[in-house]
Design a protein around this ligand. Structure first.
Ligand SMILES: [Zn+2]
Length: 155
């Protein structure tokens, strides 16, 4: 694992405890101004969930991770201005779940029939301290993963 990935994962864990909204606010303030097309929405001004999940970002890619109480999970990719990206933007999307008592799951997701999102099913835990690992390979990018506490999700 690269040191930068470790730092990002650690940073996310720490700020998740302090509140992800604060983190995203700081990120958008400290980000260098990007070139904006006339009429385009400002990049990174919108981090609100569209599907009841948690919005994460890597560079100019956003991905909303939805964890349903019944275990169904979805990942939706959007660009810097939160315009939808097709599911084919990514490959090898999977979600892992590790609880404190040592139970581990790893579920490879599949593209849904209309190609808008990745979907799969976990055995959901009520353990709010469990760690969720989201992994994907973006088009033309190196594989990426991030660990987020289960408690960062709204439900
Ligand atoms: Zn953003």
């Amino acid at each position: 694992m690269k040191t930068s990935q470790k730092l990002i994962a650690l940073g996310i864990l720490v700020v998740a405890l302090a509140g992800l909204r604060v983190y995203f606010l700081r990120q958008s303030i400290s980000a260098a101004p990007a070139r904006v097309e006339p009429g385009a929405t400002m990049p990174h001004m919108d981090h609100s969930p569209r599907h009841g999940g948690l919005v994460l970002m890597r560079g100019d890619t956003h991905f909303e991770v939805v964890l349903n109480p019944d275990g169904r999970c979805q990942v939706y990719f959007t660009d810097a201005t939160r315009a939808d990206l097709p599911a084919s933007f990514a490959s090898e999307v999977d979600i892992g779940l590790a609880t404190l008592d040592g139970e581990r799951q790893n579920v490879p997701l599949q593209v849904d029939p209309d190609g808008k999102m990745w979907t799969g099913r976990l055995k959901m835990t009520n353990d709010r301290q469990a760690i969720v690992r989201v992994t994907y390979v973006g088009r033309g990018e190196q594989p990426y993963w991030i660990d987020v506490p289960r408690s960062a999700w709204p439900h």
